[in-house]
Structures are given as C-alpha cells and as structure tokens.
Write a protein that binds this ligand. Structure first.
Ligand code: ATP
Length: 862
C-alpha cells in the first residue's frame, strides 16, 4: 500500500511502536511448530516410544504371568498404589501398556505399532521422507486386524497367553460363529493369498503347471522350453550389451512393459501408465541406490538402460532421456540359428486403439522421479526484518526540501504524496496548472544536487499517471528476502510456466513474472551491484516451482565460481554435452559447442512440433501427456531449457561471432520450443551488447552502472547510473521501466536448497544435449571414404534397419544431429549398401531387411 503524506498524523503518532516491533520480533506458535528443531524433538520422542513399546511388549511376553493379575486387580490405580512390584523391564508403566495392548488389544500383532513410531520418528529426525508414513500406517492398521485374528485362530487350542489379544479373539469368535472354524480358516487363507497377489503379482503359467503334472515332454512343451531358452539367450545377450555400453539402469514400471522380449502387443510403445502410481509402486520400489542388473528377476518389470555417455551406444538409446521413450531401447539380438526371421520387437507397431490409450490415462512426467520433494521455504532466511522501515521525520524533511527546491526554480506544485519502498521512496508531484513538464525534466540534475542525496531519479512524467516522480533513497534500507517472495501468495499460486521472483517494487508489491513470456533476459550492471544475487534469485525461484522432469539448466560460468554451487543438482536439473564430465561450462570452446548443440536441440524440437501439428511447447507437451503422440516416432515430453551465461562479455571478447550467432538464433527462435536465455554481463558496452543481441532481448535488467551511456546501452534510457547498488535495479519489461529492489538470496541459502535437491534420487546422468561436431570439420572429410566412417555410422545403420525407413530426418531426430551430419551419414549408408539411392521427397529404400543381415555387412566393412 502506498503511504501518502496525507496520512501524516497517523504515521507520526506511532513511530516508536513500529521501530520496537522491528527490533524485537515476536515468536509465534506457528513459527515454533514450523521450526526444524521442533520436528527433530518429536522425532526423538517417537523413537523413544518405539523402543519403550518394543521393550514393554517383549518383557510382557516373559513376565505376564507375574504382572497380569496385578494390573487386572488394580487397573489404572496401579500407578498410585505403593508397594507394588512388577517384573516388566519398564516397571508399572511397561506392565500396564503390555497388558493393554497385548492382552486387551491385538496380541502379538501389537508389535506393528513399534514400526509406526519408528517410521514416524526417523522421518522427522532426518527431515525427509526416509520411509512412507501413509503406506506404513495402512499396513499397520490392516496388519493389526488380520494378524490378531490369525493368531487367535491358530492358537485357539493353546491355553494361557493371549496371542491374538482380546480384539483378535472377539473378531475370530464372530467369524467362527457365522462361518465355523473351517470357514474362518478359508477366509484367512484367502486373505493371505490375495495379499501375495497384490504385493508380488506372481505369474501363474498353466502350461508349466500341466508340464509339472504330466511330467512328460509333449510337443507344445518342447516349443515352450525352446522359446524360453531363446528368450533367455536374447535377454542375456542384450544385458551383456548393456554392460558393455556402460549404460546405467532404471526400472520402468507398468504391466504393459513387463516382459521385454515377449511383448508383442500393439501398445508396446506406450509410456508406462502413470496415473496409478500406487499399484506400480507395489510392483517395484525405486530405491535411492541404482538397481543392479542381477537384482532384476524375470517377473519384475524390465530394466532398460537410459542415457549413456558412449557415442557407440544403442542408437535409439541416445535419444532416450526420459522414461517415456525408454521402451525404444528394446532390441533383442536376433538368434543366430534363424537369421531370416525378423524379431517381433523391431517391427514398428501400429498405432494403438483409442480405447487402449484411454485405458492408460494421462502420462505424468513427474513420475520419472516420483519421490522428488520440492525444497521448503524454511531453507531460506528472512535476513532481518522484511518490513519497510519508514521514518516519518525523514519523509517530512524530504517533502519540504523538494517543495523548497522546486520553488527556487519557480515551480509551484498542487499536491505531493510519498510511497515508501524497500530502498527508495517515491515522491509523486502534481505540478500547478501551467508548469511545463520539460522544465522539471531539464532541472533534474539541479534538483538532485539541492536534495543532496545519492541515487535520485526523476521520472517526468510517470507513464500513465500524469504526475512527476522523484525517487529518493531511504536512509534505512530494508533487505527484500527471497523467503518473503517465495512464501508469497502470488508466487505459490501462480500458473506461470517458469515463474521467477525478481524483487519488490517501490509500492512493496512483489514482482513475479513468467520467464516463458519474457522470453529471454539480459542482465547488466557494474561489478558488485547485485547481478550474481539476481541470477541466483532467478534460479532459486525456478528450483522452488519446477520438477526435475520439467526443467533443465545449461549453466555457463566463465568466472568459474559463480554458479559452481549448482553442481550438486547435475542429475536433477542440469544439461550437458554427451561425454562431458562437468555440467557447468567454464571453457569458451565448450560454450560454442554447447550453444550449437542447443541450436540443434531447438531445430529437432521444431521438427517434433511440426510433426505433431503444434505451435509451441505447451501444446506439444499437452498432446504428449494425453498420449496423442507416439514415442516410437521420436516424440517425448520436452522439458524447458534455461540457458544462463553469467559473464557474457568474456565470451564475446574471446569468441566473438562464434558465440553471438548461435545466441542470436536461439534468442530469435527458441522461445516457442521452450528454450530461454538469461545473459548477464558487467560490461554493458555496445560491442558486447550488440544490436543483434539487444533486438532479441526485449526484457532487460539494469543494476547500477557507471554512466548514462551504459544505461542507454542496456535499457535504451538513462536512469541506471542513478541507482544505489546492492540489488537496486531497473527492469525494462513489456515496454515499461520499473524500479525494483532485487530479492536477496545468500550463498548458504542457495547451498542448502541445492543440497536438499542433490541429496534426493536423481536421473542416472545429467540431461544430454545433442552431440555437436563442427560442420567445417565434417566438410573437410571425404564422404566417399568408407574407412573414415562417422562415429555414429553403426548406430544410424541399426536405427534405419530397425525402423525400415531410410529417412535423414529420422537419423537427425533420434540421434540428435544437425542436418549436415545426418545427410553425410545417409551418404555413407548408401555407399555401404544399407540404403538405396536418394528418391527425392520419398524415403530411401532400406536394402538390409534384418539386423543379422546388417551385422554381416558391418563385420565385412573395411
Ligand atoms: N538484492 C540485494 N539485497 C541486498 N544486498 C545485495 C543485493 N544484491 C547484492 N547485494 C550485496 O552486494 C554484494 C555484491 O553482489 P553480487 O555479488 O551479486 O554483485 P555482482 O554484480 O555479481 O558482482 P560481480 O560482477 O563482481 O560478480 C553482495 O555480496 C551483497 O552484499
């Protein structure tokens, strides 16, 4: 809310209370409850309860004959009666609790309660979801009932100890009355059998059963066994291949994808059903640790490799970045005995029926990392008071000073009001009729001098208001904490694709915008004025709102230290070039390759969009989520990619046009395919921020700069030279220039957010960008020389044969290559005899019909 001078009396009557409130912040109950330490205390308490129950129960089992009578006799009075000795290790309380739960409750099944307190305690103590509480609770509740009845049933003929507890006995007796003993036994057996099916989903094979009974090897059985051997063989061969490729493993769940080598159904390509996570969860648990191949049994969902750094990897595998296209990797080796038979798995499956697709429900990309937890606001700091401190005296003095100064220049005013912001106060003046605005504008410097304050900016007139604004820095500036912005309603509840919290306006309104609509951002400012903090604020806002499956960062940090904090989230949020060790790019040469790789990614994405008939990434992803796009045709869920360059000047100085050109291409075209750029520089001169760059970055941020010229270079307007530093900035967005105080996020805060994310299970590797090879290098090579084959020759050949489609764009898309390299590969494939000659607009004929045929050809190549 704007604070106007008209409300002066209200302000001046109560200055002390405001200052007091800032100095001694109150601790509310809410804050105590949310304090990390509170949950740790509760965690310890819960673990203690677990130990107490366990020891009391165990002790009760051995001492019940001694203690039971006493507890029964005295009841709750046992606690107040003196001279009672019990044998339980936890004394009277232990004996009472043991009696209450084991004798009066659920018998031996009461031990399940210990697991609940254990799970609850460990989760709170470690501050994260080590175990699933809801799942445990479900098991405990069902287990208490079923096990207590079972114990009562099994031990009915025993006298003495109550194994099923009173509750188990009562329920058992009801059952026995209605169904008889035999009936109850059947019910219990059926319950356990159902549980086994629900939990393990065992495979019942009628053929095997028959084989077991007859014990004779009939013709059908022979075939079955042969089939099994074949399957085992091809599985083990492909497993061996996986090991050789050094590929990492992930489990894909879902019944449709269960049996790799056997699957022949039409919907093989369909992404695993994602809307029924619970059922799938029971099939296989994705643990934090990567799962070893040996651990995977036949009956479990198959394990398939995704992402590999080896360019020799399975061709389709290179394109697989997400569980959605993993299934493409399934290409069992053809059995040697029958080289002419085309394996069912390489026949491109026809489109599934509408009903089959509908049965699967929507695809949910976040299920790639289903346990992922977003960082919490508590990881950020408040940095002292977030309240704007207004000193009424200061406001009054400044107001009088402005009025007097203007009077000295013969400018009379009608009205003056003030809006107090975090760093500056805006005085809005309505000049008296007849005063020309240009006169005030011309006197800008004189007025600033008379007010004797640094950082005065005069806005004449304030756009759309018809008033004149004078911004005067506050004596006491307040920090705008990232915490207040992230915790704000506007940030939490917006529907933006890429929400970024930049800071606060003068009227204390939070400035939260969608990077996707900006669509790129240029940040400039002299050294030490808050650029790096600004970049961190943007990255942190995105980390708070996006899931790793929805967003990837390409980080370029020539200064080597600014973005290194984000290294730990490599396997969640970072993208890198194939074969690179480090995801954060510090070397100029690699920047050029990365920018070009991004251009290839952009072109490939455009091809996908064109094929899908979509205009932008949003429409495309929506279609993919509704399973209207076939992953076998290269479609996949596309995450947003945000490229951040922390020091652009350095790059332009060392690589010039080589960097400028791909940046300009990306800036011009990449927005529709979800690639956005954030470029920061401390040298805002015209040779760094060139016309081409500027034309493509409509949204720009200026921190304090040293001259008006620099300000003009960034914003096409002056003003940034008048800023006061420390995050004071001007944002030019949507044709308006807004003064903001940038949100402050300190290095330890970024660190804790990144560590929190980095500690969670991530993808096996960073998101891989397409491989880029300098086209000049390619041109210098002889296309007709088969001894100098492209490193992806084999992969391309296998891909073409598997799909039986001689198309350059298929190679381009699946292997993520530029057009020239894909074309060169196709020429080499033609020379080798894998495909026929160019047929103009039609795809080339594929001369090799099977992978085995191709293998023979490959083995005989020079
Ligand atoms: N939004 C902010 N609120 C409060 N203080 C800030 C803010 N931004 C920056 N500062 C202060 O200014 C200092 C310098 O900021 P920062 O490191 O972001 O500058 P820079 O422009 O990136 O400098 P360089 O170009 O040398 O890396 C910070 O250490 C911090 O003390």
């Amino acid at each position: 809310m704007a604070n106007t001078l008209k409300k002066k009396s209200k302000i001046s009557t109560d200055p002390s209370t405001k200052l007091m409130a800032d100095k001694t912040p109150e601790v509310t109950v809410n804050e105590v409850v949310r304090d990390e330490r509170t949950s740790k205390f509760i965690g310890v308490l819960s673990l203690m309860i677990c130990v107490f129950l366990f020891v009391s129960f165990t002790s009760y089992i051995f001492s019940w004959q001694e203690d039971q009578d006493k507890v029964q006799q005295f009841g709750a009075k046992i606690f107040s009666t003196t001279d009672i000795k019990v044998a339980n290790m936890f004394g009277v309380l232990g004996a009472y609790v043991g009696y209450a739960f084991i004798y009066n409750g659920f018998g031996i099944a009461s031990y399940l309660l210990c697991t609940f307190f254990f799970v609850f305690g460990v989760n709170l103590l470690f501050g994260k979801k080590v175990f699933r509480l809801a799942r445990n609770l479900k098991y405990v509740l069902v287990g208490l009932l079923v096990l207590s009845v079972t114990f009562a049933y099994v031990t009915q003929s025993f006298s003495g100890f109550s194994f099923g507890g009173s509750i188990g006995n009562i329920i058992y007796q009801w059952f026995a009355k209605w169904l008889g003993n035999f009936g109850t036994g059947c019910i219990l057996f059926a319950t356990f059998f159902c549980y086994i099916i629900w939990r393990f989903n065992p495979k019942f094979s009628f053929a095997k059963l028959k084989k077991g009974i007859s014990n004779s090897m009939k013709e059908d059985d022979k075939e079955e066994i042969l089939d099994e051997k074949q399957t085992e063989k091809s599985t083990s061969t492909s497993e061996k291949e996986k090991k050789e490729d050094g590929a990492k493993l992930i489990i894909a769940t879902g019944n449709t994808l269960k049996n790799t080598t056997e699957s022949k159904s039409e919907d093989d390509w369909i992404v695993p059903p994602s809307t029924e996570p619970d059922e799938q969860l029971e099939l296989v648990d994705l643990d934090e640790e990567p799962i070893e191949e040996e651990d995977i049994e036949d009956d479990e969902p198959f394990a398939i490799p995704i992402e590999t750094n080896s360019p020799k990897a399975n061709p389709v595998n290179l394109a697989a970045k997400n569980a959605n296209d993993l299934v493409l990797d399934i290409q069992p080796t053809l059995p040697e005995e029958d080289p002419n038979e085309v394996p069912s798995s390489i026949i491109v499956n026809p489109e599934p029926t509408q009903a089959e697709v509908e049965a699967l429900g929507d695809y949910e990309p976040t299920l790639d990392l289903r346990d992922y937890q977003y960082p919490t606001v508590e990881m950020l700091e408040a940095h002292g008071s977030d309240k704007t401190i207004h000193d009424p005296q200061e406001l009054e003095d400044n107001k009088n000073q402005i009025i007097t100064t203007l009077k000295n220049y013969d400018i009379s005013i009608q009205r003056i009001s003030a809006t107090v912001g975090p760093t500056v106060t805006l005085y809005e003046i309505v000049p008296a009729p007849g005063v020309r605005i240009s006169k005030i504008k011309n006197l800008e410097d004189d007025i600033a001098l008379s007010l004797a304050a640094l950082g005065i900016r005069i806005i004449a007139p304030i756009p759309g208001k018809g008033t004149i604004g004078i911004e005067v820095p506050n004596v006491n500036k307040s920090i705008v904490s990232m915490k207040s912005l992230i915790g704000s309603e506007k940030f939490q509840n917006n529907k933006f694709s890429l929400p970024i919290a930049l800071g606060k306006k003068i009227n204390n309104e939070n400035f939260i915008v969608d990077l996707a609509t900006m669509p790129h951002l240029l940040m400039a400012g002299a050294t030490g004025q808050g650029k790096s903090v600004g970049v961190n604020a943007i990255l942190v806002s995105l980390l708070y709102k996006k899931h790793p499956s929805q967003l990837k960062f390409v980080l370029v940090d020539p200064k080597k230290v600014e973005l290194s904090l984000y290294r730990v989230i490599e396997k969640h949020f970072l993208a890198k070039l194939p074969g690179e060790e480090e995801a954060i790019i510090t070397d100029t040469k690699k920047v050029i390759a990365t920018l070009n790789a991004l251009c290839i990614e952009m072109d490939n994405r455009y091809d996908l969009l064109k094929e899908a008939g979509c205009r932008n990434i949003k429409e495309y992803n929506e279609k993919f989520v509704h399973r209207k796009l076939n992953p076998l045709k290269g479609h996949q869920f596309l995450p947003f990619i945000v490229l951040v360059i922390d020091e652009f000047a350095d790059l332009i100085m060392t690589a010039g046009k080589e960097v400028e050109m791909p940046i300009a291409r990306l800036a011009q075209l990449a927005r529709a395919v979800g690639i956005h750029l954030i470029i920061a520089t401390q040298r805002p001169s015209v040779n760094i921020i060139t016309g081409t760059i500027k034309a493509n970055f409509p949204a720009r941020i200026a921190f304090k700069v040293s001259s008006k010229i620099d300000s003009r270079t960034i914003l096409d307007a002056g003003g940034a030279e008048q800023l006061i530093g420390k995050g004071d900035m001007l944002v030019s967005y949507n044709g308006e220039i807004t003064r903001l105080q940038c949100a402050f996020v300190d290095t330890p805060e970024v660190d804790s957010v990144c560590e929190y994310i980095g500690d969670q299970r991530g993808y096996p590797d960073a998101f891989l960008l397409p491989e880029y090879i300098d086209e000049k290098e390619l041109e210098s090579k002889d296309n007709n020389d088969l001894t100098d084959r492209d490193s992806l020759f084999e992969d391309a050949a296998k891909l073409i044969v598997a799909n039986q489609m001689g198309s350059t764009s298929l190679i381009q898309r699946r292997l993520k290559l530029g057009y020239n390299r894909a074309g060169r590969l196709m020429d080499q494939l033609e020379m080798a005899g894998v495909v026929g000659p160019n047929l103009g607009s039609k795809a080339r004929e594929v001369l090799m019909k099977t992978e085995a045929e191709l293998q023979v050809l490959l083995d005989n190549l020079p």
